[in-house]
Design a protein around this ligand. Sequence first.
Ligand code: SAH
Length: 340
Amino acid sequence: MDSILNFTNEELKIELIGKGYKKFRADQIYLEIYKRYVLSFEEMTEISKLDRKKLSDEFSFLLPNINEKLSEKETGTTKYSIKLLDDEVIETVLIFADKRRTQCLSSQVGCPLGCTFCATAGLDYKRSLSVSEYISQVLLICKDYGKRPTNLVFMGMGEPLLNLDNLIKAIQILIDPSGLDFGLRKITVSTCGLLPELENLLIAFPNIGIAVSLNSTFNDKRNHMMPINKKYSVEDIFNFLIGKKKLFKRRPTIEYVLIKDINDSTTEAGNLLRLTGKIRCKINLIPFNPFPGTKYKRATEKKISIFKNILMTGKNAVTFRESAGTDIFAACGQLARLKK
Ligand code: SAH
């Protein structure tokens, strides 16, 4: 049985008319779910009892559960642990900053990529999320918080581009103007650099925000830190960003996690300056967020400042932002069902 959360409004109209419902039912259901966060057919009291029964016979509306909710005192950052219907657990984070409420979404249960500096890699990889699991993450948070997030980032557990079909479908639903109505400019997808999939995502949504996790400019080092580099190297990534720049309606972000004595040298900074000098982009430096069992440490303040200053001599904007949520293991690279 198809989940009611798998449809754009247009698709739902066609589906419902085909099943003999009145023409306006799809709009009504869309309004209930995506504007009022009514998350069961029984509660849709404006719909006749008969149709509610018919709907629950013909569509599933099973939602995962919020298992646990942890908030960081200082920033309000809230990490939700969500139990999926097969009992697998993922995490999603609501971050408050500069008047924005940004939700960080997971794409997979665990992650198969094996980046050495990321806590999610230490979990067993299970599977990618379904379309309705993507949508449920957002709806559960809308309902819990009472308002929808202002921004969405696909930067949680897993690699979104390993789940491209479901990602594209979920984004089509999230941007539906009669539903949650997110602008593509409010959505960012972060990837380790799966280039063919990235091209397809950009063809589908030219205005979407793209972040590419680079983390080293040397292939031997990146091979070790991010084994996917053996498939898509540093050169491949920059050749793509240069060669396909017409595909990008917005400047992509290059993400770089600064790890002590691993990738924080002035040589790396110089290489990064040279490589990014060929494109228009934003450079986002992220302090390494530690987690139990990791051998890595965050770069020192001094090294961070030197690294940043080298990049600031270029034409591209450079940001360095303290991650919110480190107190509750909710920051970048810390999503692994960890507790303090
Ligand atoms: N798979 C996707 C999205 C998940 S990771 C990707 O690779 O982009 C989201 C971001 O967190 C990436 O930029 C990644 O480099 C960064 N990250 C991973 N582990 C981290 C850690 N321990 N501290 C800080 N950032 C980390």
